[in-house]
Design a protein around this ligand. Structure first.
Ligand code: G4P
Length: 492
């Protein structure tokens, strides 16, 4: 594989709000030498300074850490971190971000365990077989028991765990983590300068008891036995299929265990992989350029009214100014000023490779899911629409503004913020923010659409969607229409 492509690591962070995503992102960027202000020492001396400084960076650059894509180098790799906006409410944007990545970091709060947003996001990762690396954060707090957390990951997130490290002690008495493969003990100290990695003879090394006390070491040894004796060893193939995840323990705010985590990403996470289209699989190594749009964001720069389309490059590379083929419209377009998003700056880039995420100015041409190629007529698949959970009928108090409203609603839908439906029997549009897509033999679909006409509408791709008022009605339809499929997601 081309060396530039092989060093790309494109990933997202999957977590529930407050698990520490911003904190760990800040540390990643610090390791990538992209920001210097977020260093642990300064953070500790005057945390509020660092926090406000970080926010200032966001404001000045017109990019937000909570809504952007960040590129940073580390240990010979080039990382693209695609952010998954973490609001509590359902947001399709968050889910689509996961279509652009090759791996995901699942971040779990040791106190709260596996939480709602993480479960939802993991459903998407599982659907796509995304390789997962798990980091259990906040080990400096009195969190849950190690096996309680591992059980939750296995039973709620449905993925096998392979602990790479195990903690010794917890909360105020957190002593550090033991690396199982390397037989090293990484001592925890709130002062980063005092953290050490010590080579051990094994879990029976007497120095462990000296450092951590007998009780904690006994508990650790029991857990070590259970992991090494009773659990399946790490299997890289299973990891690549999204069936097994390495687990690390640490504390993001104390910059503890973060470097090891990044190292694991560099070593274990895959470079860009083969992607499916409606015509053929596309390998990242192909010379011909191909990419798809997974996100559109308006007004990123507060000074200008602008729209940015985010592209995931799937094969080849491209150079600034080159023409590419926009498959949906059949037009050639010139990518004049592609930008990469470094936290320290939004830079115009001259060259980008498969695996990279770049932003391009969108004059209103792009839609989520659009494919760009060197000329080949194909479309990347697997960029899902999701079954909405909340709906609203949209009516206007001032009918003279209907044109503007239609434009606004269409834009929201193009950005992927909401889904827009036209009811079969009414002119009042409906927006949906989290229904079922109905498919099957034409005759059955037509019969269904007739019977359920009041609840049926068309989505933007002219696929039939039915909004059931309750589970009972849905189950009844499933029973009465055996030949039809009622899907929660649509592959567009
Ligand atoms: P998010 O982006 O996932 O929503 O989480 P964020 O990083 O903002 O972290 C949420 C809170 O958890 C923050 O505290 C942060 O300092 C804290 N935190 C992150 N990692 C750790 C850790 O390893 N240990 C402990 N004890 N806390 C951690 P906050 O009080 O909400 O904000 P702040 O005033 O500290 O910034």
């Amino acid at each position: 594989m081309n060396a530039e492509i092989e060093k790309r690591r494109t990933f997202a962070i999957v977590s529930h709000p407050d698990a520490g995503k911003t904190t760990i992102t800040e540390k990643f960027l610090w390791y990538g030498n992209v920001i210097r202000e977020a260093g642990h020492v300064r953070a500790k001396a005057n945390r509020s300074y660092t926090v406000s400084d970080w926010m200032k960076i966001e404001q000045q650059r017109g990019i937000s850490v909570s809504s952007s894509v960040l590129n940073f180098p580390f240990e010979g790799c080039m990382f693209n971190l695609v952010d998954t906006p973490g609001h509590q409410d359902f947001c399709e944007d968050t889910y689509r971000a996961l279509t652009a990545v090759d791996a995901a970091l699942v971040l779990i709060d040791s106190v709260n365990g596996v939480e709602k947003q993480t479960i939802k996001l993991m459903d998407v990762c599982r659907m796509r077989h995304t390789p997962i690396i798990t980091f259990i954060n906040k080990m400096d707090l009195d969190g849950r028991h190690v096996f309680d957390l591992l059980d939750q990951i296995e039973n709620i997130l449905h993925i096998k765990t392979a602990p790479f490290t195990l903690p010794i002690g917890v909360g105020k008495l957190f002593k550090g983590v033991y690396s199982i493969a390397e037989n090293t003990f990484h001592t925890f100290n709130k002062e980063e300068g005092h953290q050490e990695i010590i080579q051990m003879e094994g879990p029976d090394d007497p120095r462990l008891v000296e450092m951590c006390g007998e009780n904690w070491v006994n508990q650790f040894k029991e857990e070590y036995e259970m992991v090494t004796g009773g659990m399946d060893p790490f299997d890289h193939e299973k990891f690549l299929k999204g069936e097994m995840c390495p687990v690390f323990f640490g504390s993001a705010v104390n910059n503890f265990g973060v470097r090891q985590l990044l190292n694991a990403f560099a070593k274990l996470a895959p470079p860009p992989m083969v992607r499916e289209t409606d015509k053929r699989p596309v390998s990242p190594d192909e010379d011909a350029f191909s990419a798809f749009v997974f996100k559109i964001q308006a007004n990123m720069d507060p000074k200008h009214r602008d729209r940015t389309a985010f592209l995931r490059i799937c094969s080849g590379s491209f150079t600034r100014g080159e023409k590419v083929y926009h498959v949906r419209t059949g037009r050639d377009i010139r990518l004049a000023a592609p930008t990469a998003f470094l936290a320290k700056d939004k830079e115009v880039i001259d060259h980008a490779w498969a695996g990279d995420i770049v932003g391009i100015n969108d004059p209103g041409l792009f839609r989520i899911g659009d494919t760009l190629t060197d000329g080949e007529k194909m479309n990347f698949t697997g960029i899902p629409d999701f079954a909405p959970e909340h709906f609203a009928r949209v009516t206007l108090l001032n009918p003279l503004k209907s044109k503007q409203m239609a434009k606004g609603l269409a834009e929201l839908s193009e950005e992927g913020a909401t889904q827009l439906y036209e009811p079969l029997k009414s002119a009042i549009p409906v927006i949906g923010v989290v229904g079922r897509w109905v498919s099957g033999p034409e005759k059955d679909v037509a019969k269904f659409a007739d019977e359920y006409a009041m609840d049926c509408m068309m989505d933007k791709e002219r696929n039939l969607v039915c909004l059931f008022p309750n589970e009972y009605r849905l189950n009844l339809a499933i029973k009465n229409y055996e030949n039809l499929t009622f899907a929660e997601t649509s592959q567009g």
